[in-house]
Design a protein around this ligand. Structure first.
Ligand SMILES: [Ca+2]
Length: 80
């Protein structure tokens, strides 16, 4: 009986590990992830200045060209 419990515990541990790995893999592609590697957003993709700023601040440089006139204010239409 003790062996069975150990085996079940081990199985449970492996299952948890697998679940955790799967969960973190899904996190990599979640909608909250800000893409900084290429020009992935336009001002028209946002509905509020807060959304714009989240992306604008998350990425170094203005990879998405949200601040075309380079005055430090991205998407003047939303963030005036
Ligand atoms: Ca600007």
């Amino acid at each position: 009986m003790r062996h069975l419990v150990s085996a079940l515990a081990a199985l449970l541990a492996v299952s948890s590990l697998t679940l955790a790995t799967t969960a973190s893999a899904q996190d990599d592609t979640s909608d909250d992830e800000v893409v900084c590697s290429y020009d992935a957003y336009n001002c028209g993709d946002f509905s509020s200045c807060a959304q714009v700023m989240q992306v604008f601040r998350a990425c170094e440089g203005d990879v998405h060209k949200l601040d075309r006139d380079k005055d430090g204010v991205p998407c003047e239409s939303l963030c005036d």
